[in-house]
Design a protein around this ligand. Structure first.
Ligand code: PLP
Length: 395
């Protein structure tokens, strides 16, 4: 008999994964070229060539006992050094290897840091729309998710409501920019205002409130938009980074946490994060890919490919009458559903073999997410379907 908690979770398993399965089913009936699967955020752009070269170099040139052995739970010292140096070059920070904990992707990093901080009942604030898995990650450690309702004008966080929702029990706040599912990049003013509120509330409650910046899409930003580096604005910031999207390596499960010296109780936090990495069963981030990414810390996928997709899809959808804030990053468009019920709308889209994810999966009903990390040709083929769908709603 499985646990009560898992029984609920297994029943309500991911909507996005379910869509993905549905896509495969429809492809079997109509042919893959006639199904337009925009459901999953699986990178469509190949990893940069440097990754393959680095992997080969690690295998051919480094000692097998080193490459395949156990290591410090926070990862290889020289790998962490390389990563710290790269962050310092890019953001004028001054991190060193002790500030970095290598993790099993962003998901692993978030679980490590939430385990590090949460007592049962502690509150974690998120801004809708948000990556639905946050709900599960917080629940893993018996925390309480507190959701700030969406600001549907421009999808910058609703800071008025945020301030009201911070309590004595608030332990952490998670932000994700560039954002999944909106593609919006939080502006510097937003970050500054958010930091001011957190500083004020820490003083008021005499507590530590940690800001967790979930950044798997940091490198995917368009039109030269600046993505602020959050440790510069608020001392109690932890960055959770991932190479899943920046290097198209989601299956390799590699990322890291940045825990700056300025964070309250730094020594304890670092030590606890290392232990959390171990006892959550990760032990350490995968070794081979750790060594490989260290050799290409400044490489990234061809962002222009996603940009072309973005332009094609966005420009056409707005012409058909869809409403959407133009995304500045990540690879998602978040459109207003053409009827109130986003699930009904996604089902209607499915009748045209268009697979999109209802916004309620992200705590934002009335909208749907379109993941455009797909082939350009598939987007082109899907456009008449989107147009037809809009016409069915009288646009
Ligand atoms: N956070 C956000 C906002 C995401 O969109 C994802 C994956 O799509 C993750 C975390 C998990 O990333 P990873 O594959 O690095 O664990």
């Amino acid at each position: 008999m499985i646990s009560d908690k898992m029984s609920g979770l297994a029943k309500n398993s991911s909507v996005i994964r379910a869509m993905f399965e549905e896509g495969k089913r429809l492809a079997g009936i109509y042919g893959a070229e006639n199904v337009y699967d925009f459901s999953l955020g699986n990178p469509s752009v190949e990893p940069p060539i440097q990754i393959k070269e680095a992997l080969l170099q690690v295998i051919n040139e480094e000692s097998p006992t080193l490459v395949h052995g156990y290591m410090n739970n926070s990862g290889y010292e020289d790998v962490r050094e390389q990563i710290a140096a790269s962050i310092n070059r890019n953001f004028s920070t001054s991190f060193h290897s002790d500030n970095i904990v290598m993790t099993v992707g962003a998901a692993g990093g978030l679980n490590v840091i939430l385990k590090t901080f949460l007592n049962p009942g502690d509150e974690v604030v998120v801004f809708a729309p948000f990556f639905g898995e946050y709900r599960n990650y917080v629940s893993n450690f018996d925390g309480q998710l507190v959701v700030v309702s969406p600001n549907t004008i421009d999808f910058q966080p609703n800071l008025v409501e945020f301030e009201k929702k911070i309590t004595q029990k608030t332990k952490a706040v998670i932000v994700n920019t560039p954002n999944n599912p909106t593609g919006v990049v939080y502006s510097e003013k937003t970050i500054q205002d958010l930091a001011d509120i957190l500083n004020k509330k820490q003083k008021e409650f005499g507590s530590s409130i940690y800001l967790i910046s979930d950044e798997p899409y940091r490198e995917l930003a368009y039109d030269g938009v600046e993505v602020p580096y959050l440790t510069k604005y608020y001392d109690n910031t932890i960055v959770g980074y991932s190479f899943s999207k920046s290097l198209s390596l989601p299956g390799e499960r590699i990322g890291y946490l940045v825990i700056p010296n300025e964070v309250d109780d730094f020594e304890e936090v670092i030590q606890a994060a290392n232990v959390a990495n171990r006892i959550l069963g990760y032990v350490n981030a995968p070794s081979l890919i750790q060594r490989a990414v260290a050799k290409c810390v400044d490489a990234k996928v061809e962002v222009e490919i996603y940009n072309r997709n973005r332009e094609l899809l966005y420009n056409n959808l707005v012409t058909y009458g869809y409403q959407c804030v133009k995304p500045q990053g990540a690879f998602y468009l978040f459109i207003k559903a053409l009827e109130e019920d986003d699930k009904a709308f996604a089902n209607k889209a499915k009748e045209h073999n268009l697979l999109i994810v209802p916004g309620s999966a992200f705590g934002c009903p009335g909208y749907c997410r379109i993941a455009y990390c797909v082939d350009y040709n598939m987007i082109e083929r899907s456009l008449p379907k989107f147009e037809k769908l809009a016409k069915e709603y009288g646009l």
